[in-house]
Structures are given as structure tokens and as C-alpha cells.
Design a protein. Structure first.
Length: 296
């Protein structure tokens, strides 16, 4: 098997590459079909997914059986100020890859977000709920989903949220850094969602991609919390002396609108390969132990 992974230097891309090399993580072993798979790991310096001709040429030469697209423009506020770039990376790029995959008859995995929803629900969103993004980031990611669905028959779209991994920047690392520097934090307490460990997401992506159960998946950590709750647990598990105070979204004064409620229900996972996503506090605690070991 030959697997092309784009955005391989990001936190999810890197995690998938490592999982394919080791064959297992905290959730268990990956399918044996991945043993000895040839991994073609690329990032923007090797392949610009927004360049359609470059993508078609690269994929035709590499001839992968599976393409996993982890490349994305995830700066929510940045997307508001540069909508054109957001569309190129989050919509046009995935379409280019999906078209190339379809031409080969390869499977294609695309990673999306909870921001495709309006964020005003009171119960977790399921995969079939109506999308209604209210940010440039959410709109570009939703457009990417639509283009992938049209371009490639064998597609899997994984919506996730509040993602953190060992490589790259994320909320957990930011909270730890600021807590150590300042000893006091103010974090919004009126936005609810699902913290998700990259290891858990990577594992389920590989499980699903080894089947013919195509379509949209929600894949987030089990249980929900606010960003304030999340930050409190990060500080607790990290044993950092720091005071964490709550604030409202309005007080946080961010350029782009944030969803008040964007919890996802992993219904399609349960109906197909099974949902082994860990409870968010359990996954976070293990992650921080690993992060501490790396930072020593």
C-alpha cells in the first residue's frame, strides 16, 4: 500500500505518519493492511495543494492508494482578513487532491471542522445536520467538503474540533506557556465543544480508511466542556501554579465569531468502525505526560 499524506509537518499529519510507522498507539493496533505501507509525506514546501497542475502531476507519478489531506489554513481570525487565501487552501486545495485521487481510483481522506455549523445548538451535532457556517474559516472548510464530495467517489470527511498534538502549536501548549510566564489566565467560559487528542483522531482515520464506509464522520473526544474548563484541566495536569479566571466571548474581543456550542456526536463512527475516542480528560492527561517527557 502507498499512502500520500499532505500537511505532514502539522500536528495531525505528523501523528498519522508516526502511527503508520509504529503500527499502534494508546487506542490499539492499526489494521494489518497498513504494515509496510510506503509513506509519502509532503508539506507545502514539497507540494502546494493549491497548484492544480502540480498536484495532478505529483499524484500521477506517485500513484498512491490512499491520500490523507491534513493541509489547512486553520487561523480563524486570519481567514476573516484573507478570505481568498482561506478558500484556496481549505477548498480549492482539497478539490485538487480529490480530483487526482478519483482519477487514480484512490481513496481520499479530508479533515474538516465543527465550524461548518452555526454553533447555536443545544445538543451535539450529527453528520446529517444542516451546515450553516458564520465565519470565513467555517465557510472555506464547508466549501472544501462540498468540493471533495463532488470530486472523489471514495471520500471520507472527518470533522473534528479543539485538536491538540505533540508537534506544532495548539491551545494546550499556549495555555501552559502563558501560565508559566504570567501565573494568571483569563479564558472564555461560554463556548462549549470537544477537546480532541490527535492520536485518537489519527487512529480512527486509519480504521475508517481501511473500509469502504465512505462519507462524513464526526470524530472528537468524548464529553464536552468550555475553553475555561479545558484550561483548568491543562493547568491541573501540568502542575503549574496559575490562577484561571472565566470571561465571556464578548470580553475576549476576537475578530472572528466563535461558535457558542459546537459539540459533535460521533454517530457514523459508532455505526461503522466503532467509537473508541477517549473521554477528553483521560486523553488530555496522557498527552501532558508525553509532552512533559518531550520537553525535558
Amino acid at each position: 500500500m502507498k499512502i500520500l499524506i499532505t500537511g505532514s509537518k502539522g500536528q495531525l499529519g505528523n501523528t498519522i505518519c508516526e502511527l503508520l510507522k509504529t503500527g499502534e498507539n494508546s487506542l490499539g493496533k492499526i489494521p494489518t493492511d497498513y504494515i509496510n505501507a510506503e509513506i509519502i509525506a509532503v508539506d507545502v514546501d514539497e507540494l502546494d495543494i493549491t497548484d492544480n497542475l502540480a498536484v495532478q502531476t505529483f499524484v500521477e507519478e506517485a500513484k498512491p492508494d490512499l491520500i490523507i489531506n491534513c493541509a489547512a489554513y486553520t487561523n480563524v481570525d486570519g481567514c476573516e482578513t484573507d478570505r481568498e487565501l482561506a478558500e484556496k487552501i481549505n477548498a480549492d486545495g482539497p478539490e485538487n487532491l480529490a480530483l487526482a485521487a478519483n482519477k487514480l481510483g484512490a481513496k481520499f481522506v479530508h479533515v474538516s471542522t465543527d465550524y461548518v455549523f452555526r454553533g447555536d445548538a443545544t445538543t451535539p451535532y450529527v453528520e446529517t445536520d444542516q451546515c450553516d457556517p458564520v465565519t470565513a474559516y467555517g465557510s472555506s472548510k464547508r466549501n472544501g467538503e462540498i468540493k471533495v464530495q463532488s470530486a472523489c467517489e471514495k471520500h471520507y470527511i472527518f470533522r473534528t474540533s479543539w485538536l491538540y498534538g505533540l508537534i506544532g502549536n495548539n491551545f494546550v501548549k499556549t495555555i501552559r506557556r502563558v501560565a508559566k510566564e504570567k501565573g494568571v489566565l483569563t479564558v472564555v467560559n461560554d463556548q462549549r465543544g470537544n477537546p480532541t487528542n490527535c492520536e485518537d483522531l489519527a487512529y480512527h482515520i486509519l480504521l475508517a480508511a481501511n473500509t469502504e464506509c465512505y462519507g462524513i464522520y464526526h470524530c472528537t473526544g468524548s464529553g464536552e466542556c468550555t475553553w475555561f474548563d479545558f484550561a483548568k484541566k491543562i493547568i491541573e495536569f501540568s502542575n503549574i501554579p496559575c490562577t484561571v479566571d472565566p470571561c465571556s466571548t464578548e470580553q475576549s474581543n476576537r475578530p472572528a465569531k466563535r461558535p457558542a456550542y459546537s459539540s459533535l456526536d460521533n454517530r457514523h463512527l459508532r455505526q461503522t468502525v466503532g467509537d473508541k475516542m477517549r473521554e477528553w480528560k483521560v486523553a488530555l492527561k496522557e498527552y501532558i505526560i508525553k509532552l512533559d517527557a518531550l520537553e525535558k
